[in-house]
Design a protein around this ligand. Structure first.
Ligand code: NAP
Length: 288
C-alpha cells in the first residue's frame, strides 16, 4: 500500500497560527514586536525572490522585517562591520544573511560575525556548538523543518534507526546531531560521497526506519532501497529538464514508505516559518 504523502503546507499553516498567537502575547505582555534584519549582498534574483517571500510571511504574522540591500562589490570587512552594527542595534532581534555571497567572500567568516542571540539561521559556530552540548537554542532552519515533518508523522523516534544522507554544515550534520539529542535519541548513521563510492549507501538507506536525504543529487536514493514502512524526508531540491525533483526516487519510494515528503511541497514550505519561529526564540533569548 502506498505511504502517506507528507505535505509541508498544513504543518506550515499550523506554525503560522501558533506564532501569531505567541506574538500577540508578547505584544500584550511586554509591548514587544520582534524585528528581523535580512542582508542581501548583490542582486542574485533567486535570493531576492526568497527575501520577498520572507518579507510577506513576516508581515502576515506581525514580525518587522527590514531588507538591507548591499552592493555586490562591498568588501568583506565592510560587510562584517555592517553586521556588527546590527549586533549592537537593540531594535533588531534577528540577523540573517541571504546566500550566496559574492564570489571570493569567506561565507563562514562573515556568518560567524552574527551575534549568538541574533543568529536566527542557527549557523554560527557558537549555536552549532550548543547542539553538540545537547543544549540547542537557535538551529538551522532546514534541519528543524525536516525534524518537524518527522514529528508530524507521530512515529516513535526513540532508539529507531535514522540514516541521514548528506553531511553539510547547514542540513546533514545539524539534523543528525539534533536527532541524537536525548529528547529524540535516534540511532544515527550519516552517509556521504565516500559511502556511495564504497557501495554501502543502499545498505544504510535500507536499514533506516527514518531516512532524511539532503544530498542535492537527483533521485540518488532508489525507491527499492527503502525499508518497508520507513519515514522518508527528502530535503533535496534539484532542477532537471525544467522540473524540480528530489534526492529520492519518489514514485517507487512512496510504495514502500509509511510517510514520504514530495518535492516540491514537502520540506520547502516550512523553512520560512521556522526562520520566523527562530526570530521569536531569539527575541525571547535576548529578554532572559
Ligand atoms: P551540500 O552542501 O552540497 O551537501 C551535500 C551533501 O550530500 C554532502 O555532504 C555530500 O557529500 C553529499 N552527497 C552529494 N552527492 C552524494 C552522493 N552521490 N552520494 C552520497 N552523498 C552525496 O548541500 P546542502 O546545502 O546540504 O543541500 C542539500 C540539498 O538540499 C540540495 O538539493 C539543496 O538544494 C536542498 N536544500 C533544500 C532546502 C529547502 O528549503 N527545501 C534548504 C536547503 C537545502 P560530501 O560531503 O562527501 O561531498
Amino acid at each position: 500500500m502506498a505511504g502517506t504523502i507528507l505535505m509541508g503546507k498544513p504543518i506550515a499553516d499550523k506554525i503560522t497560527e501558533d506564532l501569531t498567537r505567541e506574538l500577540a502575547t508578547m505584544k500584550e505582555k511586554y509591548n514587544m514586536i520582534p524585528s528581523l534584519a535580512s542582508i542581501l549582498v548583490g542582486d542574485d534574483p533567486a535570493s531576492k525572490s526568497y527575501a520577498g517571500r520572507q518579507q510577506k510571511s513576516a508581515a502576515k504574522i506581525g514580525i518587522n522585517y527590514t531588507l538591507h540591500e548591499l552592493p555586490g562589490d562591498i568588501s568583506e570587512n565592510k560587510l562584517i562591520n555592517f553586521i556588527e552594527d546590527l549586533n549592537r542595534d537593540n531594535s533588531m532581534n534577528g540577523i540573517m544573511l541571504q546566500m550566496p555571497l559574492p564570489k571570493g567572500m569567506d561565507e563562514q567568516k562573515v556568518q560567524s560575525a552574527i551575534s549568538l542571540k541574533k543568529d536566527v539561521e542557527g549557523i554560527t559556530p557558537a549555536n552549532m556548538g550548543l547542539i553538540v552540548y545537547d543544549k540547542p537554542r537557535l538551529c538551522p532552519c532546514t534541519a528543524l523543518s525536516a525534524i518537524k515533518l518527522v514529528e508530524a508523522t507521530g512515529v516513535e523516534i526513540y532508539g529507531k534507526e535514522l540514516t541521514v544522507v548528506g553531511r553539510s554544515a547547514i542540513v546533514g550534520k545539524p539534523v543528525a546531531l539534533l536527532m541524537l539529542q536525548r529528547k529524540y535519541s535516534a540511532t544515527t548513521t550519516i552517509c556521504h560521497t565516500a559511502t556511495a563510492k564504497v557501495g554501502t549507501l543502499p545498505k544504510h538507506v535500507g536499514n533506516a526506519d527514518i531516512l532524511i536525504v539532503a544530498a542535492g543529487s537527483p533521485e540518488l536514493v532508489k525507491g527499492d532501497w527503502i525499508k518497508d514502512g520507513a519515514v522518508v524526508i527528502d530535503v533535496g531540491f534539484n532542477w532537471v529538464n525544467g522540473k524540480t525533483v528530489g534526492d529520492v526516487e519518489f514514485e517507487v519510494a512512496k510504495e514502500k514508505a509509511s510517510f514520504i515528503t514530495p518535492v516540491p511541497g514537502g520540506v520547502g514550505p516550512l523553512t520560512v516559518n521556522i526562520l520566523l519561529q527562530n526570530t521569536i526564540e531569539a527575541t525571547k533569548w535576548q529578554m532572559e
